[in-house]
Design a protein around this ligand. Structure first.
Ligand code: FAD
Length: 472
């Protein structure tokens, strides 16, 4: 029997026949990322159903010296959850580890398995009249463990923070198979190093998250959505500051989109409707939420927008009159993402800069990419309240799509130079994975990279946990 066959036998004895997939057709969905950009091979996909099983699987792989790729919903876009082509790594899927362990409504916390899908967790919290404030396009598929491992953001970071800020405790299977039970639900606990921080945003390179205690909040009782035409990104940022002041910091979402990408959606995505009569160069889609119901809340928003019109920060605006209308406005936010695929090649950049520098970034990046590729069509949108721009670039009209996409790295490099010059980040949300790991020496100092390598070597001396990801 080969070493691999012996290991697979041992894994089968740990997880049972339901917990291991070896047939190519069963493994296929776990070996490719949904956009098809990253593909890999693996002798088996293992699907343990308990923390104990995860620990035994990891111990067995560690003993055999076989590397592991942890996988959640497989929705991240940088190849971190996909094994390499050589086919040495075992894929460890958390999808059967999917129980809501408990909800403590008075402590405003919930404890969940890492494989719980985000929407399931949000719904379970809502049943107890609590809010789990995390919302993103992949919420029907991505898992709590994946969200924590990528420190995901989404649309409500402005008000509630990234995933990191929503985690109070973690349970982690370490690379040698030991279990660290850090499932604490304390708001105050100053007893030494905050170990959970190491595993958040680590993209599965330091251990496997099997459970988490998450922070909950009171559910908002009133929500107002506005679609606002603005003359420029500078005006959008000034409007954000005004709304934060006027509302007592109750702006929950604040998204920007430029006219070009709205036109893409109107052209290609059925159900998209221009909410305003006159075209404008830029738009803001914003939601403000309040803990209690009052007419005054909507009045406050109307007054703030009226004053912004007088200050020439706003050209026009519409407030949703009902939940259905609000839903239609937020549908546009999803439609613009889908619409880019209909306009040929689209080179994606997920970057962030300080909020006060967003306008400067857009101006400089637009000039730089136009110089590099005349006729390129920037379609910026994103969570501008966090300084996070999805700075996507559609190909020049008429250009060959393959020839355009061949220039992906070169054009991203042009954008990244502007980002770094403004003190920004070349990966605001999606992490590093396989996709951006070669950029690490350009974006981290030698000292920072050295510290990262020391942490990796200490926790994972055999280098079996998601090798070849994040660190170059
Ligand atoms: P995977 O893709 O399965 O894994 C991501 C990484 O985490 C991999 O490196 C994997 O090895 C590791 N990992 C997964 N589970 C574990 C675990 N239990 N323990 C240790 N390591 C683990 N992201 C945002 O931040 N904001 C957005 O607004 C946003 N919008 C999106 C919209 C769409 C339509 C899509 C497809 C993606 C979007 N994303 C967004 C990216 C993605 O949804 C998030 O990164 C999400 O957190 C990934 O979760 P996942 O369960 O799919 O993880």
């Amino acid at each position: 029997m080969t070493d691999t066959a012996a290991l697979l036998d041992r894994l089968l004895s740990i997880v049972g026949p339901k917990g291991i997939l070896t047939a190519p057709e069963d493994k296929a969905a776990y070996l490719a990322e949904w956009r098809g950009r990253f593909k890999g091979n693996s002798p088996a996909v293992v699907r343990p159903a308990t923390t104990e099983e995860v620990a035994k699987v990891v111990a067995a792989c560690a003993e055999a010296g076989v590397p592991i790729v942890p996988q959640g919903g497989n929705t991240s876009l940088v190849g971190g959850s996909i094994p390499y082509e050589e086919g040495r790594e075992i894929v460890l899927s958390l999808s059967r580890l999917n129980r809501i362990r408990s909800i403590d409504a008075l402590n405003y916390t919930m404890t969940v398995d890492a494989g719980v899908v985000l929407r399931t967790a949000v719904d379970a919290a809502a049943e107890e009249d609590r809010l789990l404030p995390m919302s993103l396009g992949a919420e029907g598929t991505c898992q709590i463990g994946g969200l924590i491992s990528t420190n995901a953001g989404g649309q409500t970071v402005l008000r509630y923070g990234n995933m990191r800020e929503l985690v109070m405790g973690l349970e982690v299977v370490l690379p040698d198979g030991r279990v660290w039970d850090g499932l604490r639900s304390l708001r105050k606990n100053n007893t030494g190093y905050d170990l959970k921080q190491l595993f958040m945003g680590a993209e599965g390179t330091l251990g496997i998250i099997t459970g988490a205690v998450l922070k909950l909040f009171p559910r908002p009782r009133q929500s107002e959505t506005a679609f606002v035409a603005v003359p420029s990104p500078t005006a959008a940022i000034a409007l954000l500051a005004r709304l934060r002041e006027a509302s007592g910091d109750q702006v929950t979402r604040f998204e920007i989109l430029e006219r070009r990408i709205l036109e893409f959606a109107l052209r290609h995505v059925p159900g998209s409707i221009d909410p305003l009569q006159e075209p404008a160069p830029w738009y803001v889609l914003t939601e403000l939420t309040a803990g209690t119901r009052s007419d005054g809340f909507r009045d406050m928003l109307e007054t703030a927008l009226g004053e912004a019109v007088e200050a020439e920060l706003v050209l026009d605006a519409t407030l949703a009159a009902s939940e259905t209308q609000a839903g239609q406005l937020w549908f546009l936010r999803e439609a613009i993402v889908e619409s880019q695929g209909f306009e040929g090649g689209s080179i994606k950049n997920d970057v962030s800069v300080p909020v006060s520098k967003v306008a400067e970034f857009l101006e400089r990046a637009n000039a730089a990419v136009e110089a590099a590729c005349p006729g390129i069509r920037p379609t910026a949108f994103g969570h501008v309240g966090d300084g996070n721009i999805h700075y996507n670039l559609s190909q020049p009209v008429g250009m060959d799509k393959a020839a355009y996409l061949d220039r992906w790295d070169e054009i991203c490099h042009v954008v990244n130079e502007v980002v770094l010059d403004l003190g920004g980040s070349i990966s605001a949300e999606h992490g590093i994975g396989r996709f951006k790991k070669d950029e690490m020496p350009h974006i981290k100092s030698a000292v920072e990279l050295d510290l990262m390598r020391m942490v990796k070597a200490t926790l994972d001396p055999k280098g079996i946990m998601n090798p070849g990801k994040v660190l170059p």
